[in-house]
Design a protein around this ligand. Structure first.
Ligand code: TYD
Length: 215
């Protein structure tokens, strides 16, 4: 297990479809936490370590990417996460830091499990194996309708879309439904936020929830 003692830090993961506004909200929450005297680091998945970034490259940009089967994809995401947990997240939590993670294990549950239709049991076992006992204290799911997500993605993509971004509407509908289900099934951990509101309003809602849960 990566954590042998109870950490004093907190892990807050951010989840949602492409273009939901995760990175903006992570930056805003980080600034808020810093202002209130907390020590904060941010990480992203896949990637966040040298090994993880190499894995990210295989997943996202490999020229044979479209031939990658869902099982390989799941294992690569898990491999990147396993490295990130042991190299960055667990040490930071033990040092009392707030870790804001751009995606974490729920992305695999939703993208590989629900959208790619892999069976739930192996997905959750592999997820657990990768993270050990390092589970998020809070998970913020930013929900936007698929049309909004795709519209924002179109504006963002300046070059060739990567292999995840080439997926169709049906795939992104499943991703959205997957996150809504997650929020419904795990209300003690997951905060569901409406991402169609203004950036400031979304940030305020997230801040209120975080304060409520961690004081
Ligand atoms: P990224 O460019 O980081 O997209 P985003 O800004 O939306 O987070 O690419 C990550 C892609 O990988 C994104 O489409 C979600 C997907 N993904 C999975 O399918 N499973 C996972 O476990 C993770 C972490 C990401």
């Amino acid at each position: 297990m990566p954590l042998k003692q109870k950490p004093t830090g907190k892990l807050i993961s951010f989840e949602g479809s492409e273009g939901c506004g995760k990175s903006t909200q992570i930056a805003l929450l980080a600034a808020h936490l810093l202002k209130t005297g907390r020590d904060v680091i941010t990480t992203r998945e896949p990637g966040g370590t040298e090994i993880g970034e190499q894995i990210r490259n295989i997943i996202v940009h490999n020229s044979k990417g479209d031939e990658m089967c869902a099982e390989t994809e799941l294992l690569l995401f898990a491999a990147s996460r396993a490295q990130l947990v042991r190299e960055v997240i667990a040490p930071a939590l033990l040092a009392g830091q707030y870790v804001l993670s751009d995606r974490y294990l729920d992305s695999s549950t939703v993208y590989q499990g629900i959208a790619r239709n892999l069976a739930p049991d192996p997905v959750s076992h592999i997820n657990r194996f990768a993270v050990g006992n390092v589970m998020p204290d809070i998970t913020v799911v930013i929900d936007v309708p698929t049309e909004v997500s795709l519209q924002r993605l179109k504006q963002r993509v300046t070059d060739v879309p990567d292999r995840m971004e080439r997926e169709n509407v049906d795939f992104y509908n499943k991703v959205r439904e997957g996150y809504l289900l997650l929020a419904k099934n795990m209300p003690e951990r997951v905060i569901l936020v409406d991402g169609t509101h203004s950036t400031t309003a979304v940030a305020q809602t997230i801040w209120e929830h975080v304060q409520l849960r961690i004081g």
